[in-house]
Design a protein around this ligand. Structure first.
Ligand SMILES: *Cc1c(COP(=O)(O)O)cnc(C)c1O
Length: 369
């Protein structure tokens, strides 16, 4: 049996009729950028995450970068980032000309201890950029307090957390200044191309972002600031509005798969991603740990199971960040996670039989080793 890590084709086929109707409507309209479809999606997504404003942009990386720029982050500033995350979190800081200052995580879900944040502060620190990694909503309250105490902008990287909740409230309404979202096709809410958005309760921030994404212009050929071209197009907005209508049901399927993994894999010696009390993950990824990760991945592969590593090399050890001068050993938790993490298939189109096959393969490996 073949179990792909994620079957995007199956996801599209499930909604084929609705997607085709939405796309036909856009083709017919004759209007392809910054129109009614974008407005309708922005409004629906703002409602979904419980934020007053949503501004669509061209990618998750742009949502982070332009969100930081809209908040005034500029060259010379420092931004606290987790040492364990997808590199885009760091690249957004670099794209503003600011410096990412890594903080080691407490756990695989991107938890940041205030003591570690405290130690990383400098007179140049201007923002804090935590990540709701794998769709595990962070407990934001201590970070909100920390940001307020040190006068920092708190921008959340919510690229993996569409529909995740903490204490019953959705990510996007947990108290950060803004949350940045990605609609990369493989995300829980994915377009059929790149896309992103920023949600916020701050009307001025939303307004600045609307200018930034459109050449710094509100009125054609009148430019208030030096903006960029970063827009979520009408076709993708229409696709996303269709898929948003299914997000809660698809996340529910992911929760069922996660529950079954957690029950079936208990006691086999793997580290399991047990949610914190009060957290309802969106289960973008179901990531276990094993001190024999590479052998496990090969064994799964041999049984037709696609498992992926998120992420094999932490940003501070990537050649792209050699300039920061970090060494192996600087962020031991992040580095250990990079060696031990393995993500199992958890897409909404994963069948019961496919999941049973993954679980038996994991059992066999545990019994052999
Ligand atoms: C996907 C992702 C991004 C970047 O989103 P893109 O739309 O691919 O630019 C940023 N941060 C995290 C944690 C992500 O997973």
């Amino acid at each position: 049996m073949k179990v792909p890590f994620l079957d995007l084709g199956a996801a599209t086929r499930e909604l084929q009729g609705e997607l085709e109707a939405a796309m036909a409507r856009v083709l017919e309209s004759g209007w392809y950028l910054l129109g009614a479809e974008l407005e309708a999606f922005e409004s629906a997504f703002a409602d979904f995450v419980g934020a007053p404003h949503c501004v669509g942009v061209a990618s998750g990386l742009d949502a982070l970068t332009l969100g930081l720029r809209a908040a005034g982050i500029a060259p010379g500033d420092e931004v606290l980032v987790p040492a364990h995350t997808y590199i885009a979190t760091w690249l957004a800081v670099s794209a503003c000309g600011a410096r990412p200052v890594p903080v080691d995580v407490e756990d695989a879900f991107g938890g940041l201890a205030t003591s570690a944040l405290e130690a990383a502060l400098s007179p140049h620190t201007r923002a804090l950029l935590p990540v709701h990694l794998y769709g595990h909503a962070l407990d934001l309250a201590p970070l909100v307090d920390f940001a307020a105490a040190h006068d920092l902008t708190l921008l959340e990287d919510a690229a993996q957390a569409h529909g995740a909740r903490r204490g019953g409230r959705p990510v996007g309404s947990l108290g950060g200044r803004a949350a940045a979202w990605s609609f990369y096709p493989g995300k829980n809410l994915g377009a059929l191309a790149d896309g992103g958005a920023l949600t916020t309760a701050d009307p001025e921030l939303a307004q600045r972002l609307r200018l930034l994404r459109n050449y710094g212009s509100k009125r054609k050929y009148h430019h208030q600031i030096k903006g960029v071209n970063s827009r979520l197009d009408e076709l993708q907005a229409a696709v996303l509005r269709v898929k948003l209508g299914h997000l809660e049901a698809w996340n529910e399927r992911r929760r069922r798969v996660a529950k079954r993994y957690l029950e079936s894999l208990a006691g086999l010696g793997y580290g399991l991603p047990t949610p914190a009390p009060g957290a309802e993950p969106a289960w973008h990824l179901f990531t276990i740990t094993s001190d024999r990760r590479d052998a496990l991945r090969a064994a799964l592969e041999a049984e037709g199971v696609g498992a992926l590593v998120h992420y094999p090399i932490p940003p501070h050890l990537q050649p792209a960040y050699a300039e920061l001068g970090h060494q192996p050993g600087d962020f031991p938790v992040a580095e250990k996670l990079a060696k031990e993490l393995l993500s199992l298939p958890i897409g909404p189109q994963l069948s019961d039989a496919q999941q049973a096959h993954v679980i038996s393969a994991l059992r066999r490996f545990a019994e052999r080793s």
